[in-house]
Design a binder for this molecule. Structure first.
Ligand code: ZN
Length: 431
């Protein structure tokens, strides 16, 4: 152990004060009063400003920075040899009223890794890329990981045109308005031959690391998600003059649907499935009018892709029975459907060794949340490094991870990148 600790002191040390400064700079770009958390929605001027800040930091230390067709920002530090790149990064958008760390911790970690490499003049064979993805949160379009889906080759222009936010703006319009070129979305696809690996540091967004006093989580599996909108159409009418037995109240039907969805997830056969109705729109939204139309946004998460789809179908089937009984029409609309992704064990072994050699405790765990790495995994071997979330809270203003905890993650990330860079040096590996 002493041997190992002596070894560790020779490695670059992450600077918690610098990490605090970087996090605070991004947190200052906020569309919400600070006491109500952080609001930096995908494809808004605020998200763009955060990308500009990221770009400035990396330009300032001599990296070449570019934006791709959907607005992802990619900075490159040239390697000594012509080899596929090793990348790291995450996202800079937030949910409405969210926290300072979700996504940001990973982007800040990428910036700090680049700073440490430059400051310590560490040579590397592979080109290193530092990435900020656009619009990872599903808050605006009901569609997570918009930017990384482009990198992973999961989009067509038609699909980008077909998905709209609550103001009727399509993803394609939103990309266009923020300066991108959605019709060229296929040009944003990462070529497999161009990438050796991608690593993402992220806050855990759960309480397992804190609870067990463990420094680092290493992700083996990222849950899938099926998201759909249920539109319930009843009959809007006067609340005073319409007798109870003649109503077709879309909201009471919706209430029953929300509870049945929860009941399906709680069924003992579906342990591990998570179902949430996180958004409800009620029309016309008047205290004196029976709700005529309700939209429910349903999110089904699972680490078992078969069960994930089965449960989504079951919710729709049972919702239909409820609506039929209440004379309410039901229209389901699929918003997104992503399968769970198993991350490669060989790459996790690299991160495990890095954590071990820094003397950090770690555990292997799955991620219940979606992440950019899930999309990138289609084109590059991907790994995720989790750091603890205080109280397990995320997507709320109270979200918190200390700079020291992030610094530990940064060191594991840096060492993993450098270990990957050395793999195959003697020609015995394809990386
Ligand atoms: Zn995130």
């Amino acid at each position: 152990m002493n041997e190992r600790r002596r070894g560790a002191t020779e490695k670059p040390v992450a600077d918690p004060a610098r990490i605090t400064e970087l996090i605070a700079s991004i947190a200052a770009i906020n569309d919400t009063p600070a006491d109500q958390g952080i609001t930096r929605i995908g494809f808004t001027p605020s998200e763009k400003r955060a990308h500009k800040q990221f770009s400035d930091w990396l330009c300032d230390i001599g990296l070449t920075v570019r934006s791709d067709e959907v607005g992802n920002t990619i900075a490159e530090k040239v390697g000594l040899q012509s080899l596929p790149a090793i990348g790291t990064g995450s996202h800079l958008d937030s949910v409405p009223g969210g926290g300072r760390f979700d996504g940001i911790a990973g982007v800040v970690a990428a910036v700090h890794v680049a700073e440490l490499l430059v400051r310590h003049e560490i040579p590397h064979r592979h080109p290193l890329r530092f990435v900020a993805f656009v619009c990872e949160e599903g808050a605006r379009f009901g569609q997570a990981c918009v930017g990384s889906k482009a990198a992973g080759g999961h989009w067509s222009y038609e699909a980008l045109q077909g998905i709209r936010d609550s103001n009727g703006i399509s993803i394609a319009d939103a990309i266009q308005r923020s300066g991108g070129c959605p019709s060229d979305v296929v040009r944003a696809i990462w070529q497999k031959s161009d990438w050796a690996a991608f690593l993402e540091l992220h806050v855990e967004q759960g309480g397992q690391l804190e609870e067990s006093g463990v420094d680092i989580g290493l992700v083996d599996l990222i849950s899938g998600s099926t998201r759909f909108e249920l539109v319930l159409e009843g009959v809007a009418s006067h609340t005073g003059s319409t007798p109870m037995h003649l109503r077709a109240d879309a909201l009471t039907a919706a209430a029953q649907v929300i509870l049945l969805a929860e009941g399906i997830a709680n069924d003992g056969r579906h342990r591990g499935t998570r179902v949430t109705v996180g958004k409800v729109d009620v029309h016309p939204g008047s205290i004196t009018t029976i709700p005529g139309r309700v939209s429910l946004w349903v999110d089904v998460r699972d680490i078992d892709s078969g069960r994930q789809r089965l449960i989504a179908d079951e919710i729709v089937r049972q919702a239909r029975a409820v609506c039929d009984a209440r004379r309410v029409a039901l229209t389901p609309r699929l918003l997104s459907d992503a399968s769970p992704v198993v991350l490669p064990a060989w790459l996790r072994d690299v991160t495990t060794t890095a954590a071990d050699q820094r003397g950090r405790s770690y555990r292997v765990m799955y991620s219940g949340a979606s992440h950019d790495s899930q999309m990138v995994a289609a084109v590059a071997p991907a790994a995720m490094i989790f750091v603890p979330s205080r109280g397990g809270l995320s997507h709320v203003p109270e979200e918190w991870t200390s700079a020291n905890e992030i610094a530990r993650g940064v060191e594991v990330l840096l060492d993993s990148i450098m270990a990957l860079d050395k793999l195959g040096e003697s020609g015995d590996c394809s990386v």
